[in-house]
Design a protein around this ligand. Structure first.
Ligand code: 5GP
Length: 202
């Protein structure tokens, strides 16, 4: 059976990664999205268990201590982390799984899961990033400034990622297709095909 691969998708605020990931998941049923846990407050329209598991700081710390978190970080004074069990289950079933996480968590996963693949989505440039972030109107000015500065730090980790994909304005579909092409190509890497394929010949 084909083995699932873990894909990390990161991108600074304003990279449009949420939209791209939604496009990708909705058109490919063999790819699952990991739902993270967080201690931040839900934004309007966000649902528990769908967008995040919204839990308390105490619950989050209990989960860290019980080893149930694959990676975690603090972002804007809130914890964000990936529940381990669901990721394992999906990979064991042969599903590819996507973690939509920031750079610190991404580096933890790359260290722990050697076969994982990290993709960074970026807007075309900083000005586009800023106008997207301001345009969505979901954050206070203070949050926007914090996220803009954070974006400058995050982009410097680009060389540690395996792939970068630019998400041009209005091109989320094309960007999702590019990510899907990367996913397909990763499955064709000989490290992922050699065992089964050679067996069929000798
Ligand atoms: P937001 O508050 O905008 O939903 O997310 C803030 C940042 O946290 C985003 O960069 C998002 O990708 C990241 N994030 C979401 N879930 C996780 C997670 O489980 N682990 C880590 N390390 N980052 C996450």
């Amino acid at each position: 059976m084909r083995k699932g691969i873990l894909f990390i998708i990161s991108g600074p605020a304003g990279s449009g990664k949420g939209t791209v990931v939604k496009e990708l998941i909705s058109s490919h049923s063999d790819i699952a999205l990991s739902v993270s846990a967080t201690t931040r407050q839900p934004r309007p329209g966000e649902e528990h268990g769908v967008h995040y598991f919204f839990i308390t700081k105490k619950e989050f710390e209990n989960r860290i201590n019980s080893g149930d978190i694959l990676e975690y970080t603090t972002y804007r004074d809130n914890y964000y982390g990936t529940p381990l069990k669901e990721v394992k289950k999906a990979l064991d079933k042969g599903k590819d799984i996507i973690l939509e996480i920031e750079v610190d968590g991404a580096m933890q996963v790359k260290r722990k899961i050697r076969n994982s693949v990290a993709i960074m989505l970026t807007p075309p440039d900083f000005d586009t990033l800023e106008s997207r972030l301001r345009g969505r109107g979901t954050e206070k000015e203070e949050d926007i400034v914090w996220r803009l500065n954070r974006a400058k730090e995050e982009i410097q980790l680009l060389p540690k990622y395996d792939y970068s994909v630019i998400n041009e304005n209005g091109k989320a579909r094309e960007c999702a297709d590019m990510v899907y092409n990367i996913i397909k190509a990763e499955h064709q890497k000989t490290k992922n095909t050699k065992k089964d394929l050679i067996k069929k010949f000798i």
